[in-house]
Write a protein that binds this ligand. Sequence first.
Ligand code: ATP
Length: 358
Amino acid sequence: MKTYRIAAIPGDGIGTEVVDAGVEVLAAVAKRDGGFAVAVDRFDWGGAYYKKHGRMMPENGRDLIRRHDAILFGSAGHPDIPDHVTLWGLRLAICQPFDQYANVRPTRVLPGITSPLRHVNGGELDWVIVRENSEGEYAGVGGRVHQGSPLEAATDVAMFTRAGVERIMRFAFGLARSRPRKLLTVVTKSNAQRHAMVMWDEIAVQVAAEFPDVEWDKMLVDAMTMRMVIRPQTIDTVVATNLHADILSDLAAALAGSLGIAPTANLNPERAFPSMFEPIHGSAFDIMGKGIANPIGTFWSTVMMLEHLGEPAAAGRLMQAIEKVTADPRFHTPDLGGAARTTDVTVAVIDAVHGANV
Ligand code: ATP
């Protein structure tokens, strides 16, 4: 029987609560399936580790997880440590060297969940946002000089390469093709940013020629925010730069009912390195330790992990279990207006996995 080795990195804040729940659910899914097993190694890296060791993960951290089949990540951050240190020290320190260049964020209004958009019900909001995850505005290019003096200057240079843009466009067109509507929106800002964004647009046109069966359009990022709110049913698959998609996907998560539900996959499509799966929310220190974090975003990320591992039946069974549980308001955590606790939702999903008739 195949055993998948999973590296669990819970991180900080509610990351530990939701990842522990995710590991329990994963074990239940494997048990119910019977065709594969999971072996989970837990790595206590993050803000608390930084306080002790002066770094977010050990120097050989990546070597310790390089040969795992997938990574389940929670969230890293600490109230006393600047966000750019925690982000670059752990999440980006894994994503970038492991070349997880395709960040995939499905958004759907799950059964039982109410969108803040009055006119929207389940079928009208079913998107996948593909975020370029290796360069662009988060390339890390830039500098700061004369710190503290009136002459101080700082730059963050958005860096786009033809190879980087081509591969994310190809991935997004391919993903759009695999979905029933075969519809892609390429988000841009080429009216104001006249170099890299113009190249981005040109490459979209070139790659589109390889996918004649995919219908596509181009949209400025500012107009896209309005379209997401006013005409959500006109959107299916979306591709955007690192920064644009970062912002759009938080909006998408909120429109789908709660930040606590939305999942993410950081994929290395060539499988040269493990891919990483995580809820899109952060450490949420305001609710940490209270046992009320919504674990659905982590469970849905686990579905994406199972799909990536090549276990579509188990993935489908878990998604069905999740939807059965969200449909029942007794299992809504406070972010969804309910009174359920993380453990209530976890137990309900595990029960549904065992009962799911797939
Ligand atoms: P970070 O800086 O790590 O991204 P943050 O606090 O800025 O953290 P989030 O952690 O994403 O951002 O939290 C934003 C808000 O959403 C908080 O009020 C938080 O309580 C709520 N929230 C986020 N995730 C969940 C969840 N899984 N369950 C319930 N509420 C959540």
